[in-house]
Design a protein around this ligand. Structure first.
Ligand code: NAP
Length: 366
């Protein structure tokens, strides 16, 4: 980071990448082809540096998330990754969640909420100890043999996420920011998230943004900040999508919403993800879907998710021209109905192509 808080990007940045398990072998080379071509068109070049995580790391090093990988992401500030296998059971937490927490990547509130990982398993001494404390000290009638999870939501964690969402909306001249929460039931966590959001607007953004209640929904030339409850939001994003623009929410709500919204634009095959700490500059850009193991190595699935994650990464480092060229070329390719299997089954008259052919078609349209 420079003294002005902006990222300082060298002419030929070294960017770490994790290829990803399963279909990672298909989608990463395809995405890289397009990213490199778009960068070159604008005189940029990326020196890609492979780092290991997931199954490939385990097979080669015996470690699912080697320290060297985390260190490389930490020292290079940014990186991009394909999907990683999350072994079920066996005491291994999601590698994605671990990476987000180690690098404190808070966009989408990735470090708090029930995703903080504070859980104790039914029947263990830890669970009994916690349950006994809650019964005796808090008077909570926790049932025998309950598993227990903790949902921490802090003012600091909430405000820095909402601050980043407001800044994102202002920088891009967006219409509104909606705080999505379940505060009617979870008053002191989700409800507090909402309150802290409006407090932040009044404290730090009063000249450029205004809360719904302070303007009766008439923000004038200011950015409108409003809120909705999570369950009705899942209906309204379908029935009244134009009511929403930028959304700031807690982690579990965000997880559900992002997949539901991805379905509205063609599916998780093209939904990108970014996990950013706007203060430290760290960012990990990632495909939002999983490893889709049944398709691994078949050159079949859509590389759009990891490619568009690369677009978000290019925007993060200021390569906006290369980023928008990719978006336009991707749109042109889809407009011509040249698509992978997932879009082909949604379109009449589509030409279904392989992952690699789809990438080449995008490059041809750059
Ligand atoms: P998944 O891998 O996302 O696959 C679910 C379905 O989504 C696929 O069967 C396929 O649908 C569709 N899909 C996934 N990737 C696609 C692509 N690139 N293009 C088009 N369609 C795509 O979910 P999962 O089967 O539940 O999880 C498999 C593994 O991935 C698990 O180990 C899980 O933990 C892990 N995972 C990792 C991440 C991550 O690294 N960020 C995220 C989620 C899951 P159709 O069957 O309809 O073709």
């Amino acid at each position: 980071m420079g003294d002005d808080g902006n990222l300082v990007v060298p002419d030929e940045p070294i960017i770490p990448f994790i290829e990803g398990d399963g279909t990672g072998v298909d989608i990463w080379p395809a995405a890289k082809l397009v990213l490199d071509a778009a960068a070159a068109k604008h005189g940029h070049k990326v020196a890609w540096k492979e780092v290991l995580a997931g199954q490939k790391a385990f097979d080669e090093t015996g470690n699912w998330l080697p320290d060297e990988t985390v260190e490389t992401f930490r020292s290079h500030l940014i990186g991009i990754k394909g999907p990683l296998t999350t072994p079920v059971g066996g005491g291994i937490r999601s590698l994605n969640v671990a990476l987000r927490q180690i690098l404190d990547l808070y966009i989408r509130e990735n470090t708090e909420d029930v995703y903080a990982g504070y859980e104790v398993q039914s029947g263990t001494p830890e669970a009994e100890k916690l349950a006994a404390y809650l019964r005796e000290e808090m008077g909570w009638p926790i049932r025998e043999a309950s598993g227990i999870g903790i949902k921490p939501i802090s003012p600091m964690g909430s405000k820095r996420l909402i601050r980043a969402a407001l800044q994102y909306a202002l920088d891009r001249k967006r219409r509104s920011v909606t705080l999505v929460h379940k505060g009617n039931i979870q008053k002191f966590t989700e409800g507090a998230f909402r309150e802290w959001g409006y407090e932040l607007v009044r404290e730090e953004f009063a000249d450029v943004a205004v809360g719904w209640d302070d303007c009766d929904g008439e923000p004038g030339d200011k950015l409108l900040v409003k809120d909705t409850i999570a369950d009705i939001t899942l209906q309204q994003v379908l029935t009244r999508p134009s009511d929403f623009d930028v959304i700031a929410t807690t982690n579990l709500n965000g997880d559900y919403l992002s997949d539901a919204l991805a379905a509205q634009v063609g599916g998780i095959g093209i939904a990108p993800g970014a996990n950013i700490n706007f203060v430290s500059g760290h960012g990990v850009f990632e495909a939002t879907h999983g490893t889709a193991p049944k398709y691994a190595g078949q050159d079949k699935v859509n590389p759009g998710s990891v490619l568009l994650s690369g677009v978000l990464m290019f925007e993060h480092i200021g390569w906006n021209n290369a980023a928008s060229d990719i978006v336009h070329a991707l749109e042109a390719t889809i407009d011509e109905k040249i698509v992978t299997y997932d879009f082909a089954r949604l379109m009449d008259g589509a030409t279904e192509v392989k992952t690699s052919e789809f990438a080449s078609a995008i490059v041809d349209r750059l």
